[in-house]
Every structure is written in C-alpha cells, then in structure tokens.
Write a new protein. Structure first.
Length: 255
C-alpha cells in the first residue's frame, strides 16, 4: 500500500487526501448532472465547498475526543492521517441546518439529497484509508487477510495478514449508494434515514474486526466510541422511521 502517492522538494501528495478530493469531485458531478439530486443547481457549489470544510474540521476536531491530544490534532491537520468519520458527519449535520436556514429551504430536503453524495465520498474515503493502512483490521489466520509492507503504513503489525476492514467498508458504502439510488421514497427524510441506519449497522459490525485499539472505547475491549455512536444513530433512525410510518398510516386511514 502507498500512504504517500507523490513527494517532490517537500511537496507531499497523500493518497488519502487525493481519494477524498476525488470522491468530492465525483459527488459534485453526480449532484450537478443527476436527476436524483433535486436541490437547485445554483446551490451546489456553495453546498459542496461548505460540506468539504465541515467534514475536514469536524473529522479533525473529533480526534480530540478519541486521542485527548491537542498537539496530535494540530500536527495531523495537514497530514495524510488523523480523521474521524462520525466527527465529520456531525459537523456536516450542523452546517447543513445552518445552510438550509440561510437559504430558507427544507432541512429534510437537504439531508435527503446529500445522502447520495455522502455515499460516494465514503467509497473513495475508505479506499483512501486502505492505502495508508489506517482503520486496519486485527490479525487473522484466513486467506482473506491483507498485508501492509510500507514502512510509513499506519497498520500494525506490518507484513502480517489483517482482516480487510477497509474493503468491507468500501463494499458497504458501494451497496449503500446503489440502494439509495434505486430505492423509492414515501416520506421526506426517508432516504436520509436509510443512509444513516445502513451505514451505522455496517460500521457497528466492522468495528469488531478493527485492530487500531487507540480509536477509543466506551466499554473497554467491548464497545468502541464508533459503535456507541452507531447505536445512537440506529436508535434515532428507528424512532424517526416508526414515527413517519405511523403518521403515513394515520393519513391513509383518514382518507
């Protein structure tokens, strides 16, 4: 694997950062040209830029809660590692609310539309995780194990078979995008709920195979920080889904 894609005279292009940028570009193109994206095309550039900034800031700031090390946060801000997905997601949720309020458009509509783009960026982002070896898996004795040989790789240990957690995450994100793209929506917010519930369920499972113990635990060795957040998101998604389903049934009954 290749954590650094290119380096010349002190200029370093990290593979992870390039993958995120590529994901953002493809998400932008999807939003601009796809009929599935229903927001005004004039809002896409500003929404895209603000989302990328919120993702970067939230993903980096969330390291404070996982590592408790402000020095690490500052040093990793321009590096090819040190990024927490749920931190980025929470920051984006806040930014999208402010964005919708400023432009006087439905917050739920914004959420439903950005889910497509989120799944696209997730596919590329997890590909970026695979290259430098972050989010690596535990040691495994199966032929499905992946090996990391590069001395700058974040994976531990090197030259040993590890569970391909990043590949599982890529597969989950790809399936999630296809599901969102082709599934129908009966209620506003349903697409966003599907995205959050689907990703959270996948993330909860793949966390059991993760080997990077430093990511933090709510219950040591049993429930990681990411699994705790996944459970919260799944619970919130379930409550909203049940509420919307009951509301739809009552509406159909009165008609």
């Amino acid at each position: 694997m290749y954590p650094v894609l290119f380096s010349y005279n002190g200029i370093i292009i990290y593979t992870y950062g390039l993958c995120i940028a590529a994901g953002g570009l493809f998400a932008f193109l999807y939003a601009h040209y796809s009929s599935k994206f229903e927001l005004s095309k004039s809002l896409i550039p500003s929404l895209f830029i603000l989302t990328m900034l919120a993702s970067l800031i939230g993903g980096k700031l969330f390291l404070v809660f996982e590592e408790g090390n402000l020095t690490s946060l500052l040093s990793d801000f321009t590096s090819g590692h040190g990024f927490v997905f749920y931190g980025a997601a929470i920051a984006c949720l806040i930014m999208w609310y402010v964005f919708s309020a400023y432009h006087r458009i439905s917050y739920i509509s914004v959420l439903d539309n950005v889910t497509y783009c989120g799944a696209i960026v997730l596919v590329f982002g997890k590909t970026g995780c695979l290259k430098p070896g972050c989010c690596y898996g535990k040691l495994c004795n199966s032929h499905v194990g992946v090996y990391f040989h590069h001395p700058l790789s974040a994976a531990i240990p090197l030259n040993q078979p590890l569970y391909p957690v990043q590949m599982l995450d890529i597969l989950c994100a790809a399936v999630l995008f296809v599901w969102l793209h082709f599934s129908s929506m009966q209620q506003p917010g349903e697409r966003f709920i599907k995205c959050i519930a689907g990703y959270s369920a996948c993330r909860f499972v793949t966390e059991f195979f993760r080997g990077d113990e430093a990511r933090g635990y709510v219950v040591e060795k049993y429930l990681s920080n990411a699994q705790f957040v996944s459970l919260l998101f799944m619970l919130i998604s379930l409550v909203i889904w049940l509420y919307n389903r009951t509301k739809l049934q009552n509406r159909n009954f009165t008609q």
